[in-house]
Ligand binder design. Structure first.
Ligand code: CTP
Length: 386
């Protein structure tokens, strides 16, 4: 049985913590609820303890030493800031500082507080330390209006916690290379041709592979999100730099999640191009197709995973062809004609295409999709070695 600490801060979504406690208890986990003073204004310790079947009488401190996971839902902007700075001035923050296992935060606040650079900086710091941030989601906010700041649903937080609890070393000793982000091709010294990839999918893959014990190299092209803790980071800007970094690899599994430019300006201008009345004609030349090259030179036992960002059913059909044309083991298709998934979105929905067949993954956070992709990669590796 696993022991889970559930911290609850002061916010309107504190009522959803009751459901989170219920989900854990239903599956047989031991839950110790912890409340801040502000949290008590929204939900009582008695309610949480009753749901957790916890007397609430004994001191929570002995439990802290043995907790397998700590989830704080909701996490307010204030608690987020305290955690980023290591402040321990109440039971919830003290416990976070004392807890050695996975820490999951489900932020909830108004959209302006979430977007504030101070909050974003705190989130970045925490992510870099390996803290798992679930959400916030976009939608109606407790104070009225809508935006990004709504706490993720308890089922989503619970699903992520379960993934973190299923400690696995299934990729121990395996070298994994992930490319992530979008390349930028200079037009002159200040302008570039780029794409909308944020790097979220690749970062989620790198984090998940590291969690499974792999030795992970993340070739990162202009990420809009922080790189995860525990991976070797190789930062690149252009397709040429990415090509060099990736083709050097002797990794056992290569996941090409980066959106690599297919074309680059043939002759970028040296300085900054001055504005004049004439049109600016730019000739684009093709870049190297890294995945195709990897497919052509792959060694025995190496597993290659490509991504196909394309549109609708014709895109899915083209993705199937890519599996064969690029000689890879798995293609992850996602439909970029939809605004709610894929490029620059928190969620994704994908079709996994491999030799043995196809598997549809329902819309889910990119972290969960990453876990499903790695499950599939592991299955293919196992099938290839047996
Ligand atoms: N890819 C690559 N090198 C490139 C372009 C793409 O390695 N120069 C990889 C991507 O990282 C991805 C896969 O190829 O894993 C498919 O990328 P995608 O852009 O969907 O397909 P393309 O092969 O570029 O073809 P098209 O854009 O015409 O669909």
């Amino acid at each position: 049985m696993t022991r889970v600490l559930i911290g609850v801060c002061g916010g309107i979504s504190a009522y959803k913590a009751c459901e989170l406690v219920r989900l854990f208890v239903k599956d047989g986990h031991e839950v110790v609820p912890l409340l801040t003073k502000a949290g008590e204004r929204f939900v009582t310790a008695q309610t949480l303890n009753a749901l957790a079947r916890h007397s609430g009488e004994q001191s929570p401190y002995p439990h802290l030493e043995h907790a397998d996971l700590y989830v704080i839902a909701p996490t307010t902007a204030n608690t987020l800031a305290k955690l980023a700075s290591g402040i321990a001035d109440n039971l919830v923050t003290e416990s976070a500082l004392a807890h050695a296992g996975p820490l999951v935060l489900a932020p909830a606040m108004n959209a302006r507080m979430w977007a504030n650079p101070a909050t974003q900086e705190n989130v970045r710091k925490l992510r870099e330390r390996g803290v798992e941030i679930v959400g916030p989601a976009e939608g109606e906010l407790g104070e009225g209006g809508s935006g990004v700041g709504r706490m993720s649903e308890p089922e989503e937080i619970y699903a992520r916690c379960l993934q973190l609890l299923s400690v696995t070393d299934s990729l121990a000793g395996v070298r994994v290379l992930v490319s992530a982000g979008g390349t930028r091709e200079p037009l002159d010294s200040v302008r570039y041709l780029g794409n909308r990839s944020s790097g979220r999918m690749g970062v989620a893959l790198a984090a998940e592979a590291a969690r499974r014990g792999a030795e992970v190299t993340l070739v990162a092209a202009n990420l809009a999100v922080s790189a995860p803790a525990g991976v070797t980071l190789v930062e690149v800007t252009t397709a040429a730099e990415l090509t060099e970094a990736v083709l050097e690899t002797d990794a056992d599994i290569v996941l090409m999640a980066a959106a690599v430019a297919d074309y680059r300006p043939a002759k970028p201008e040296r300085g900054k191009r001055r504005k004049d009345e004439s049109a600016w004609q730019v000739e684009l030349e093709p870049t190297a197709d890294v995945l195709r090259e990897l497919g052509a030179r792959r060694r025995k036992g190496q597993l290659l995973v490509g991504f196909a960002a394309d549109e609708g059913d014709p895109g899915l059909e083209r993705a199937r062809l890519k599996l064969v044309a690029k000689k890879v083991d798995l293609i992850v298709f996602n439909d970029v004609s939809r605004a709610d998934i894929g490029f620059d979105a928190e969620d994704n929905e994908a079709v996994l295409i491999s030799g043995p067949g196809e598997r549809r993954l329902a819309k889910a956070p990119k972290t969960a999709i990453a876990a499903a992709i790695l499950d599939e990669a592991e299955r293919l590796r196992e099938a290839a070695s047996s």
